[in-house]
Design a protein. Structure first.
Length: 265
């Protein structure tokens, strides 16, 4: 599979799936809502989101909408060879805004695709080149800021309190960086160095640990547990829980109920 760039509207009814290639979605018109393995957000004109491969994501467009979508397999030219560092963009899902230079490039990209399509099929190598330029520019903005001179450690206890207080809502890396008094890029780099995982992976672990406690210690419906721990849908919680613990929440709940029944008899 080679990289592919397309422009489509998203269905206004909520859909969900996962795929074995990375994806970048940038809104051109209208709005779209996404939930990517528990990370929720909205995108409108010149905003976008990163969907790593094999991440279940729910999505829906609002009204008349048009999205630019880049499909990027692991072996895409834009992610291999001299460009292998660009694959770091897909370490975790995230949302982003385009600055003015990138807005201009996006407009050029759309015009270039339109001109080429009038001449026939767009050569795949040209799509790869256009995708590589966009990915390189995004990488420079989102992941390539130099490390700060200070090596002060992040206060994880303070961060944990903030995460737990906001677990049911949308937790953005930018919000965590604000709590730590760092820029988003500096925070992400320092957090990974200090903990060995990305901020998104860390938040996901706290969501799952909390959901596990609620499953074992409460009688709350699974849909309510999903909402309390920041998952947009019960099925999003089930998929993430099974991936982390090897069982679905329903299986854990049935086993717990069976044990309680056995103790009473």
């Amino acid at each position: 599979m080679t990289s592919a760039i397309r422009q489509i509207p998203l269905d206004t009814a909520t859909q969900h799936h996962s795929h074995d290639f990375h994806q970048i979605v940038i809104a051109l018109e209208g709005r779209a809502d996404f939930d990517i393995e528990g990370l929720g957000g909205s995108i409108d004109a010149f905003c976008g989101c990163i969907v790593p491969a094999n991440h279940l994501h729910y999505y829906a467009g609002t009204g008349n909408n048009r999205q630019l979508i880049l499909d990027l397999p692991n072996d895409a030219l834009a992610l291999t060879g001299h460009h292998h560092d660009l694959a770091r963009l897909f370490d975790a899902p995230r949302f982003f805004d385009l600055d003015e230079p990138l807005k201009h490039y996006l407009k050029f990209l759309i015009q270039e695709l339109g001109q080429l399509s009038r001449l026939g099929a767009i050569p795949s190598i040209h799509q790869e080149r256009l995708a590589t330029t966009l990915l390189g520019s995004l990488h420079a903005r989102l992941a390539n800021e130099p490390a700060p001179p200070s090596h002060r450690r992040i206060d994880l206890r303070c961060l944990d309190r903030y995460i737990d207080d906001h677990l049911s809502g949308r937790l953005r890396v930018a919000d965590l960086a604000t709590v730590a008094c760092l820029s988003e890029a500096h925070f992400t780099e320092r957090f990974r160095h200090q903990t060995g995982v990305s901020p998104w992976q860390y938040v996901m672990r706290r969501r799952l640990d909390t959901s596990q406690r609620l499953l074992l210690r409460s009688h709350l419906p699974l849909s309510e547990i999903a909402a309390l721990t920041g998952f947009a849908h019960q099925s999003a919680l089930s998929r993430a829980y099974r991936h982390a613990f090897g069982q679905t929440p329903s299986q854990v709940r049935r086993q717990r109920n069976a044990q309680l029944t056995s103790l009473r008899s």
